[in-house]
Design a protein around this ligand. Sequence first.
Ligand code: CA
Length: 392
Amino acid sequence: MPQQDPFGPDTLPYGVFTTADAPEQRRIGVRYGERVLDAGAIATVRGSAHAELLVAPDLGPLLAAGRPVWQAVRAEVRDWISEEPFLLPLADVTLHLPFEVADYVDFYASEHHATNVGRIFRPDGDALTPNWKHLPIGYHGRAGTVVVTGTEVVRPSGQRKTPADDAPTFGPSRRLDIEAEVGFVVGTPSSAPVPLDGFRDHVFGVCLVNDWSARDLQAWEYVPLGPFLGKSFATSVSAWITPLDAFDDARTAPPERTHPLLPYLDDSAAEPAGLDIRIDVALNGEPLTSPPFSTMYWTAAQQLAHMTVNGATLRTGDLFASGTVSGPEEHQLGCLLELTKGKGPFLQDGDEVTITAWAPGPDGSRIGLGEVTGRIAPAAPAADTATDAGAP
Ligand code: CA
């Protein structure tokens, strides 16, 4: 395997696959280069103490097992990873959503993104709301419409109203957008607030997220309670969940904090909790933008601390996403709304968006994140008389 392969022995992400000869039998796999290790099969043959977790049809039992087991299994997988009889060509397997998503939370943690969007959506007000530097803003999304990479995304329909319109109209979104994000998958449940230093005990791993957004629906509906139908139709995630332990060499200090933080969010004395993940977005195979995750103002540890500080508990399979990742430069903006300064063009039917990413690993290696891709399908026919003849 080439030394720069982002899916080498230091990455080892988990996923769920089936093969053509056993399409009903979901199996846990570990990606190694362009191949997949059948983790359940080798764990059984080798008599692993963790075989029960790896013959499961999804990652749920492994996620729930907790960090000491995650580390033990990762060490076993590292020993097994080049065992030829258990490696299948990646091209020969079908990948599935690797865990049952419990709750889905989406944050808004990029200062560049929040500033740019604030200027577009609220041109007469302050770009950042007064709370932005004091807490990681988020909302609860829709877990049931989180879909795995490769799933077609049907253009949503809904109410749209621009400032120039006298009244809202109903029809397919004309401003369908992407949001390049990084997602965090909760393994260990919680019954009490999770402090900043509890992050690694509860979060199993990292995935890529495309949080599709219908900007026209969103702009009309979002005041005062936030995103709803403009976001809930689909959220795509990568098929591979990369363990947090793979990112030890990617840890980096977040941007300097400009406002003092309340103690439960104050990470000034903590280990650096930012992650140097380099994201690339392609539209129909052409490079579109390269957002740097290292520029995110709020870290995932702060997000987890904030979302549990009120007593809200965590469940295995909870997914929280960073919010759109945008850097300070023109070629680092994480959505079309920002890239086109609100003017478009937005996504057309048939467009395909692919997000990839990597992070620095040990000894100059790269830690790859599984890609997340999706193609836009035309809007479904209107269910009632509220139709719209105009093409998006
Ligand atoms: Ca989002």
